[in-house]
Ligand binder design. Structure first.
Ligand code: URA
Ligand code: SF4
Length: 213
């Protein structure tokens, strides 16, 4: 893999979210487009004060072309509702815009993106965050945190507090809703869900406070 694996040449110089979403359809910044159905870009508008960043689209998102419409999206919807956050008012995106997976028979098994995919796809996320300029960015899980903060993050150690990242942007890391799904039926789900909701509330409060200033 060459070191110039990057989405950069596809990112428009005068970005708006719709322009970015359209340009991303053509992205060949890494190999992940080859086996995916389509780019999954984002939902939510440029006026959103809260941005949520996931890992990458899953099987259902790849088919629908929308982020968080599968099982993890269901958990996220319930958590947002319980936190009193309107999903339509947040900017929702992913660190990587194509579904990385392995074909096993008829099944497509999710594969975590590698660091090189985060780096390749990073110019999209960077452009989105600079256009939307949210008051708070919520990183859903370690992959998103790595993409946004540019370093390895242990969610358990860093979750739940709002910090400024190197660019001075207020950022909070929390668990990924898929991690909650894995706890289902194994105990600990209710507590983990409540902690996730509490983190979302903390982020929403920080965004509200930023608005007042
Ligand atoms: N998981 C993610 O990180 N993003 C999605 O869009 C769906 C599942
Ligand atoms: Fe481009 Fe990102 Fe898709 Fe790779 S995953 S082809 S960098 S949009």
């Amino acid at each position: 893999m060459s070191t110039d694996t990057t989405a950069r040449p596809w990112v428009p110089e005068d970005p708006t979210v719709p322009r970015l979403a359209e340009a991303a359809q053509e992205c060949r910044g890494c190999e992940l487009w080859e086996d995916a159905t389509q780019v999954v870009f984002s939902t939510g508008g440029e006026r959103a004060r809260l941005a949520l960043v996931g890992e990458q689209p899953g099987d259902r998102e790849d088919q629908a072309g929308q982020p968080f419409v599968g099982p993890a999206g269901g958990v996220l919807d319930r958590a947002l509702e319980e936190a009193g956050i309107d999903r339509g008012a947040v900017y929702l995106t992913n660190a990587v815009k194509h579904f990385r997976h392995e074909q096993r028979g008829k099944r497509r098994i999710h594969q975590k993106p590698d660091l090189r995919h985060l780096v390749a796809c990073g110019p999209w996320l960077e452009a989105e965050l600079s256009v939307v300029d949210p008051d708070v960015v919520v990183c859903l899980g370690a992959t998103a945190a790595r993409a946004v903060l540019g370093r390895a993050v242990k969610i358990g150690a860093e979750r739940g507090t709002v910090h400024d990242d190197v660019a001075g942007r207020a950022t909070l890391v929390t668990t990924h809703p898929s991690a909650l799904l894995r706890l289902r039926g194994r105990g600990g789900y209710d507590e983990a869900f409540a902690a996730f909701v509490a983190d979302l509330r903390t982020a929403a409060r920080a965004a509200d406070e930023a608005k007042e200033h």
